[in-house]
Design a protein around this ligand. Sequence first.
Ligand SMILES: NC(=O)CCC(=O)C(=O)O
Length: 264
Amino acid sequence: MKVAVLQMQVTLGAPEKNTAALYRLAAQAMKARPDVLLLPELWRLGFYPKPVLSYADADGQETRQALAAIAQKYQVNVVGGTVANAIGDKVFNSSYIFDRNGHMLATYHKTHLFSPSREHEDFTAGDNLVTFTLDGVKCGILVCYDIRFPEAARKLALEDTQVLFLPAAWPLKRLIHWQTLIRARAIENQVFVVACNEAGIDGSEEQLAGHSAIIDPWGEILAEAGENEEILQGNLRLPIQAQIKETMDIFGDRRPELYKKTPN
Ligand SMILES: NC(=O)CCC(=O)C(=O)O
């Protein structure tokens, strides 16, 4: 599975400009004929203009149209980052996933909202983790802050996912956390992690970290971006996952009975 990670420099509150940038980057990325395009978190708006409800895409309609058009035009699977998605008076931080024919396969609403930035006051959290299948490969998705919750990644791994996609808008000041957590989640769950961050300064005065990365289930970094806008390409050699699981049977050696709440 060849993946292309679109590490975009996003402009805060400028959906037309950001959508034009997406089309430009997708066209450029497709020259390497990837099987999957991955976009960052809130690529249409940045993280995020307020009041977010007035900027949000109603039912994600415009976003879904753009993503479906790209999937169809290039016959490529699209893991569409996330969008501020207005459903009634609620806003979800939602990811849409499309297959090569432009059919929507799944929707994921970010489940852990970033309380240090008060994201939970402006967005509504999703209540479900989601898996989907791209070209016969079972995949999972988490969004940015979700990666700090190992239980979420573990649940997806226990459902036999091979690839964990992670759109993000992660700041440079916590780069060390980003690099450590995405690598740890790959190693402990023996999955490929494909992580797409934003780059540059999006207008909210926050310097994004970039450093999108593609990591294999042994923790090897197959590709890592710098701090600026960039397209990162990588080839996931999926059969190595089974070899690694055979070498070190983490899932066979688990002791789930120990991980429950201890009775008083
Ligand atoms: N967009 C986010 O969820 C930010 C997460 C973050 O910065 C972190 O340190 O976690």
